[in-house]
Design a protein. Structure first.
Length: 77
């Protein structure tokens, strides 16, 4: 078991550092799927951060300007 702790990381490092080129092909269907998923992930993260930052700032702007928030639909003013 003790030898396994040394040999597995060593073998992994040697495989990662090997100079062999990996030739592969990504077809149009798989490529577009990966691109779409990456764009959706980036867009979700950007919108999440924007929402996390924007709504508190919006409340601060309203408090500073003295405007009361507009009533939601269905509520009496």
């Amino acid at each position: 078991m003790r030898a396994l702790r040394f040999h597995v990381p060593l073998a992994a490092a040697l495989m990662l550092l090997s100079p062999e080129a990996a030739w592969g092909y990504v077809g149009p269907g798989g490529g577009l799927t990966v691109i779409g998923a990456a764009l959706a992930l980036v867009g979700g993260v950007v919108l999440g951060v924007l929402g996390f930052v924007w709504y508190p700032l919006k409340r601060v702007f309203r408090a500073v300007s003295g405007k009361s928030p507009a009533p939601a639909e269905g509520e009496d003013a």
